[in-house]
Design a protein around this ligand. Sequence first.
Ligand code: NAI
Ligand code: OAA
Length: 268
Amino acid sequence: MVKKIAVIGAGALSRIFCTQTQKLLSDDYRIVAVMARHFEHAERLTKDLNAKACTDLTELLAEKPDIVVEFAGREAIKDYAIDVLKNGSDLVIASIGALADDDFRHRLTDTARGMNRKVYLPNGAIGALDLMQTFALMGDAEVTIGNTKAPRSLEGAPYLQGQSLPTDKKTVIFEGSVEDAINGFPKNVNVAVAAALASDTLREATVRITSDPLSSENIHRIVLKNKLMRAEVTIAGKPDPANPRSSTSTAWSVVALLKNLASPVSFY
Ligand SMILES: NC(=O)C1=CN([C@@H]2O[C@H](COP(=O)(O)OP(=O)(O)OC[C@H]3O[C@@H](n4cnc5c(N)ncnc54)[C@H](O)[C@@H]3O)[C@@H](O)[C@H]2O)C=CC1
Ligand SMILES: O=C([O-])CC(=O)C(=O)O
């Protein structure tokens, strides 16, 4: 049976996700609605999809989506997630940074359990969340997360308080906890929260953010170790032309997730 997908957000990643899902997964999925803050943004995206454009969650959920996919931001997902699950839809969250908030994460988990729904956290701009969960089960993981981006992909973050970053040298601009990292750089280190949650090191993992004027990629390097295993995961993704903070590959990772969910044989 073809499943109905509704999408929250009509920005850089949403556009790639919608286009590729329609192109590659039309046997299994149909995009029925896209919601954005501005109607014309949603409408621009739905034009070629034969889907409904809206600005209101009630309108989105009226389409009775099987799965709601979020590409909107951590405030948006905090506002909408519980209602989506209560509506009986499963949920895919790109703005995983929202789950660094213990209260929100617990409410999300409890509601999904109560409604017998699933919340899917995609690999996003990184990968190996499965491996990180193995570390979590084995216990006592030491995890460090390094993120390197060009200044234009970092500027505007609340931590920088309007400051410009040097354009002539590579600079470490942040070192600290996952919670401080996502609060300071909410549009840059969703990957850090994803890695820390998967490895169960939300309080212990450390994050280092580097601004590199010569970098043409968003580079994420996660190092995990315990007594029995060591892993280094480095992923370098091209910044999306429409939003250089985000790696284009993030949208593709959600298409891959949906493909996996629909397939009789799943990778894990
Ligand atoms: N998990 C991961 O690895 C990654 C996650 N992300 C996150 O994915 C999200 C989407 O990224 P982009 O598409 O690049 O962002 P974008 O800024 O290009 O697009 C965001 C869209 O969401 C809409 N939006 C914002 N608040 C809304 C609300 N309350 N209701 C409805 N629509 C709302 C905006 O109007 C815009 O259309 C961001 O939160 C970003 O931080 C990005 C890259 C990697
Ligand atoms: O897209 C990326 O490279 C990573 C990113 O913005 C995030 O994790 O928020």
